[in-house]
Design a binder for this molecule. Structure first.
Ligand code: NAP
Length: 242
């Protein structure tokens, strides 16, 4: 059976993506780091809608934890593989660079960039062997444009775009596509401390996006219909100039 793995699926965009992919018929692996109750609620919702899901907690910034969790899953699922990987987990730790400490720099790049690397490298072989795969990396407007106070986050998200473009060329012949999605401001826990009233004046659509709107784009990129789209960065930002 083909599974979809969504990293950081306990909340926000990842949760919406997990619910949507389950509706599209994928059994979904719900990854998270610490919020077990939230992840269980995602599982419950998927099952209530008649879908199939499993929790797969691990800290994706920790290569050993990634290896242990995925090897364990493979042990229990010898005939299954992950054909859709949504590298969604991410954190912010904003600060002007002059005040940014090492921890802020490393924690953000560890989750967004190194986490993408550990999980994707681990799952690539099965996709290549089956000649079937969809890798969708959640980047950001910040990775395209750069945002002040986010040198760490902008750097990690821009690097993710570079990796998306390189990997897409490595694996295209084996029918594995690799794309990035670059959301603008989406209403989730990550943006709840921002001044929405002020920021939405900058957005032509006049509002923050919804996690479900990002999920719908991800679902298209995960589908068979998107087979000829690879190495792309698709913005979803209400028309915010990038
Ligand atoms: P969110 O609501 O803060 O959720 C973040 C998710 O990532 C949670 O499920 C969290 O798990 C998980 N996570 C964090 N660190 C992890 C780790 N080390 N290992 C495993 N999981 C980890 O964030 P969001 O707004 O939905 O953002 C999702 C993605 O979209 C991120 O990559 C973010 O950078 C990107 N993005 C968001 C926006 C926006 O406006 N919201 C805009 C552009 C891009 P726990 O619940 O267990 O902590």
């Amino acid at each position: 059976m083909e599974y979809a793995l969504v990293t950081g699926a306990s909340r926000g965009i990842g949760k919406a993506v997990a619910l949507r992919l389950a509706r599209e018929g994928f059994p979904v692996l719900v990854n998270y780091r610490s919020r077990q109750a939230d992840a269980e609620e995602v599982l419950r919702q998927i099952e209530a809608e008649g879908g199939k899901a499993e929790l797969l907690p691990f800290d994706l910034a920790d290569p050993k934890a990634v290896e242990v969790a995925l090897a364990q899953w493979e042990g229990v699922h010898p005939d299954d593989y992950v054909s859709v990987l949504v590298n969604n987990a991410g954190i912010r730790s904003d600060s002007l660079m002059i005040f940014m400490n090492d921890e802020q720099w490393h924690s953000v790049t560890d989750v967004t960039l190194n986490g993408f690397f550990y999980v994707t490298r681990r799952l690539l072989k099965e996709m290549l062997t089956h000649r079937n795969g969809r890798i969708i990396n959640i980047s950001s407007l910040s990775g395209l444009k750069g945002l002040p106070g986010q040198a760490n986050y902008s750097a990690a998200k821009a690097a993710l775009i570079g990796a998306t473009k390189a990997l897409a060329q490595e694996v295209a012949a084996r029918k594995v596509t690799v794309n990035a999605v670059a959301p603008g401001f989406i209403a989730t826990d990550m943006t709840k401390d921002l001044d929405e009233a002020e920021l939405k004046k900058l957005i032509p659509a006049g509002r923050f996006g919804k996690p479900e709107e990002v999920a719908s784009l991800v679902a298209f990129l995960a589908s068979k219909e998107s087979a000829y789209i690879t190495g792309q960065v698709i913005s979803i930002n209400g028309g915010l100039y990038t």
